[in-house]
Every structure is written in structure tokens, then in C-alpha cells.
Design a protein around this ligand. Structure first.
Ligand code: SF4
Ligand code: SF4
Length: 61
């Protein structure tokens, strides 16, 4: 299993990670971006690659 985490002190809620995620793990609501469905994460790290703020990390657990 994988656990994506968003550092809220770095995230600007640009939404790029939400758009790129193939498993709809991430969700943008009310101006914040959250890890809504962590159990669905595939560990592809596309979100890590696309984030301009280096705000996402993905850990294998
Ligand atoms: S790509 Fe990075 S800065 Fe943009 S919403 Fe996702 S975590 Fe936040
Ligand atoms: S690692 Fe891949 S599946 Fe997991 S949240 Fe990031 S983009 Fe989505």
C-alpha cells in the first residue's frame, strides 16, 4: 500500500495533482487539496512529478 501526503504549508491548491492522478485519490474542495481516497493510491508518483511546489510525498507502507 502507498500513502500520499500533502504538505499544506507548501501546497497552493493549483489542482495539477488532482488532474494527473489516474486513480482519483486526490480531491480539491473549498480551495484546499486533500488525499481523499488513500487506499486507491497506485504509487505511480505522477502527483509527485507534477507538483510545482514539491508538496506531495508518497510513502510505501
Ligand atoms: S500539485 Fe502540489 S501545489 Fe498543486 S494542488 Fe497538488 S499538492 Fe498542491
Ligand atoms: S502516486 Fe499516483 S495514484 Fe497515488 S496519489 Fe499520486 S498520482 Fe495518484
Amino acid at each position: 500500500m502507498y500513502l500520499p501526503r500533502i504538505d499544506e504549508t507548501k501546497c497552493t491548491s493549483c489542482g495539477e495533482c488532482v488532474d494527473v492522478c489516474p486513480a482519483e485519490v486526490l480531491e480539491a474542495t473549498d480551495g484546499t487539496t486533500a488525499v481523499a481516497q488513500p487506499a486507491d493510491c497506485l504509487g505511480c508518483e505522477s502527483c509527485v512529478s507534477v507538483c510545482p511546489e514539491e508538496a506531495i510525498s508518497v510513502e510505501e507502507i
